[in-house]
Write a protein that binds this ligand. Structure first.
Ligand code: BTN
Length: 322
């Protein structure tokens, strides 16, 4: 766990300005050696910290830390905020029996962030958004179909409200920016047939990828920061995502995927493009023709026939990546 002294150091360094060793030592009531040792340890969390003689310590780039006060203001459903967790999805899943719809969890970093198909999700400190959202779907598992597509629309709209245009969606549940993966959705569920089911909707959005982490990602990626000089406000982003999920999940519960179909189609990254669909060992070539009312991918095969594909284990890659 990140100790409270280290949390305070990170908070002071977050502005990206120089802070002298003696200033930090006085503020945190530590010796200068202790400050130095804690700063060294922070590199272990992926933070790049410069030390310049006569000036002190400075982060390679400022950080936008989550502002707990702003995030908790006026909330009627619990929001759990952590510096460090194994996984925000795992946290909500473990307490799901006590959770209320709309309960959410955010962490500054994850040590075992989960991606789809058992992959890890790279989750360095204060760099991206790691958010999970709980919902109890009264209609049960049978009504979950298409949810990941609907959540994709909710996230895209939240990003658009934050000023990021041109967000695209890749079936079934990736967010794209400028042709590269910006974020992903991992929905985990628990329940019995014929009963309400518990859903944990995990959202990972790349905000500012540190150079040290970039090589760990096995596919082309994008982040919101890009080349912009203005630091992305992660708190504002989290607030928009929470608001979009709150409204969107109510709508999904009442009307299913139908109200999201057109919005999904408008952001379809691979519409009318040649793609390869991976289904376990099988590879199916075709041209992507959007989604059907159930959220299945419609693929035009070489024969001209349009076939619908659904299910959780499908993967889609543009043919130029093969
Ligand atoms: C994907 O593989 O595309 C889905 C990635 C989902 C990552 C998010 S980050 C917040 C939440 N907690 C996790 O452990 N995973 C999801």
């Amino acid at each position: 766990m990140i100790s409270s002294v280290r949390q305070q150091l990170i908070e002071r360094l977050a502005d990206g300005e120089f802070h002298s060793g003696s200033e930090l030592a006085t503020e945190l009531v530590l010796s200068r050696t202790a400050v130095h040792n804690h700063i060294e340890a922070l590199s272990g969390y992926g933070l790049e910290i410069y030390r310049v003689k006569g000036k002190g310590y400075r982060l390679a780039a400022p950080l936008s830390l989550l502002d707990a006060e702003q995030l908790l203001l006026g909330r009627s459903v619990p929001l759990h905020l952590f510096w460090q967790l194994d996984s925000t999805n795992a946290f909500l899943m473990a307490r799901r029996e006590r959770c209320h719809s709309g309960e959410a969890c955010l962490a500054e970093m994850q040590t075992a962030g989960r991606g789809r198909r058992g992959r890890p999700w790279v989750s360095p400190l204060a760099c991206h958004l790691y958010l999970s959202y709980f919902w109890r779907l009264e209609q049960g598992m049978g009504a979950v179909g298409g949810l990941s597509l609907a959540v994709g629309v909710m996230l895209a709209q939240a990003l658009e409200r934050c000023g990021y245009a041109d967000i695209e969606l890749k079936w079934p549940n990736d967010l794209y920016l400028q042709g590269r993966k910006l974020g992903g959705i991992l929905i985990e569920m628990q329940g019995q047939i014929g009963e309400p089911c518990d859903l944990v909707i995990g959202c990972g959005i790349n905000v500012a990828m540190p150079a040290s982490m970039a090589d760990l990602i096995d596919q082309p990626w994008a982040d919101l920061q890009g080349d912009s000089a203005e630091r992305v406000d992660r708190t504002a982003l989290a607030q928009e995502v929470l608001a979009a999920l709150a409204t969107g999940m109510q709508q999904f519960e009442q009307q299913g995927l139908a109200p999201f179909i057109a919005a999904w189609g408008a952001r379809d990254r691979f519409r009318d493009q040649a793609v390869t669909l991976l289904m376990g060992e099988r590879e199916i070539q075709g041209v992507a023709r959007g989604i059907d009312p159930q959220g299945n991918l419609q693929l035009e095969l070489a024969s001209g026939q349009i076939k619908a594909f659904g299910g959780g284990e499908l993967s889609l890659r543009p043919q130029w990546q093969n």
